[in-house]
Design a binder for this molecule. Structure first.
Ligand SMILES: C[S@@+](CC[C@H](N)C(=O)[O-])C[C@H]1O[C@@H](n2cnc3c(N)ncnc32)[C@H](O)[C@@H]1O
Length: 202
């Protein structure tokens, strides 16, 4: 078993980060629709991988400041090579805070790699977001999505926490988020879709 950061660093070596970019593209496009990216805004992509979403948002929306953070040195090295608009930090999400708070935080397929996601969700609410800011997260690994139940065995990642939709919503409630809601997007046969949970900092 390896840590999530070790596993994803290995993925960069074999180009699997680009496969992830392709697989996550459609659900992430649904996540973006939950924020008005037509107005000027700032964002953080928590667990940005090779930075593809940061690049996409700079190229296609009105963002004025965008930050990607990832614990994998190799992911961040690749992101910096591909992009000179976004700002990238190689850091553990639990020990990092933005210098200036942002309007929106996106995070795709990251939050279940924590022993206790509540700690990170609290931090995003308290230290990362501006008042009225929004947190939008997506996960494919959740209890109702039966197909994913063997992923920990398959990927050999040492921390993967399988929570239900209700449990994810409770994390948001306990952090103090308002207007909490969820969607399951890009459903297919034998695939319950990406669970997207979002809420606003009041
Ligand atoms: C499944 S990948 C998703 C990457 C990206 N969001 C995407 O959609 O392509 C998960 C990412 O989270 C990062 N990660 C996992 N645990 C982390 C932590 N504690 N701190 C920072 N990054 C972490 C990994 O390095 C990896 O790049």
């Amino acid at each position: 078993m390896k840590t999530p950061i070790e596993v994803f660093s290995d993925w960069v070596d074999i180009g699997k980060d680009e496969g992830m970019e392709k697989n996550h593209y459609m659900p992430v496009m649904e996540m973006i629709k939950l924020y008005n990216v037509g107005n000027a805004y700032s964002f953080v992509d928590a667990g940005c991988g090779n930075g593809w979403l940061v690049r996409y948002l700079f190229e296609n929306t009105n963002c004025v400041n965008g930050i990607g953070v990832d614990g994998s040195k190799k992911m961040i090295k690749k992101a910096r090579l591909l992009d000179n608009l976004g700002t990238y930090f190689n850091a553990d999400l639990l020990s990092w805070n933005p210098e200036d708070k942002v309007n929106v935080v996106f995070s795709m397929e990251v939050l279940y790699y924590f022993e206790n996601p509540q700690t990170l969700i609290n931090k995003i609410h308290d230290n990362w977001l501006l008042k009225n800011g929004r947190f939008i997260m997506g996960v494919d690994y959740y209890f109702e999505n039966n197909t994913c139940h063997n992923w920990q065995e398959k990927t050999k990642v040492n921390i993967m926490k399988l929570y239900s939709i209700e449990e994810w919503l409770s994390f948001f409630k306990r952090s103090g988020f308002k207007n909490i809601n969820y969607k399951q997007v890009c459903k297919e046969k034998n695939w319950e879709g990406t669970l997207v949970v979002y809420g606003d900092k009041g």
